[in-house]
Design a protein around this ligand. Sequence first.
Ligand code: NAP
Length: 343
Amino acid sequence: MHKLLAAFALFARLATLSLAQDGPADSTMLAVRAQKFGGPEVLKVERILRPMARPGEALVRVKAAGVNPVDWKVREGMLKGRGPVPPFVPGYDIAGTIESFGSEETGDFKVGDEVMAYLAISEGGGYAEFARVPLQSLAKKPSKANWAQSGGTPLASLTAWQALFDQADLKPGQSILIHGGAGGVGHFAVQLARWKGAKIFVTASEPNHDFLKKLGADVLIDYNTEKFEEVIREKTKGAGIDVVLDSVGGETQARSMTVLKKGGVLVSIVQPPDPKKCEELGIQGKVFLVSPNGAELTEIAHLIDEGKITTHVSEEFPLAQAAKAQAASESGKTRGKIVLNVK
Ligand SMILES: NC(=O)c1ccc[n+]([C@@H]2O[C@H](COP(=O)([O-])OP(=O)(O)OC[C@H]3O[C@@H](n4cnc5c(N)ncnc54)[C@H](OP(=O)(O)O)[C@@H]3O)[C@@H](O)[C@H]2O)c1
């Protein structure tokens, strides 16, 4: 009897300890957190409190979370003042199901809806079992895309959409040079430019050329062995092109200015173009940071369902291997998207 009581007391104590560490099962979640700014080793899997949706937000049960270069840039402290402050849950791309709402306002959504969203840079929170999302950032998940594809879609596709259509106002029949065509943003930009009816020049390493031809690129340029200015001069008979999407910056950006027609637009997603140089050449130079936008993401989801664009996922990792996934992104050789499978 004495032994039985002792065993019961030990069990009760262990249960109390477990509760103290984990909290009740329905109010906590597994998440990856960056303990401080630094290398991949600062990312730790932890059990923490679930976020609560605020008025105008939904709580999403995350199935997949996209990995983007900005994730490791924020982790390394390169976006101090704009990104979240440690300890924080990284991740800006999610796909999952709506668990609850923060108020009676639910927009076009209901509990159980399959959705995807790009989360604000200042917040993050995607590498977790639950994330809260403003209603205006949500879009219904495309039925033609699986969870991994949907998790990898929002940030990169919205960047391509906003660069081509909101910033450059790309029109049918115009020509565009897309740098980094095989990457997350680039592979969406190629498909959106194809859908719009533009002539597409793309820079990419040779092993990615077949992939990009299938997505709709017209002229493939291997930036390792060819000068894109020379190829464009030859192919356009010196006329130049209408739009450049710059995802590389530096010398590539400076050289890109010279391939534009007068009045052409260079849109950079990495670095502001030199305004003096733009004025001298008679071109427009722009830089922007992608904004969450549920309406635009809904249009992108429709294009996916119509078979006009697709999300290419090249690597998938379990949530616990977020550090490995970020290291893969940091290699700079990603084809399409890297995604974390959360559930
Ligand atoms: N401003 C914004 O709102 C915004 C939004 C999204 C992304 N970004 C930034 O834009 C950049 C690209 O993002 P991402 O998600 O597309 O990255 P990503 O998926 O990691 O891009 C990888 C691709 O970049 C290509 N690449 C590397 N160096 C290149 C070069 N010199 N010329 C042409 N291609 C090159 C590689 O092509 P190969 O393998 O063929 O060599 C690879 O396919 C990142 O710096 C990111 O932080 C900014």
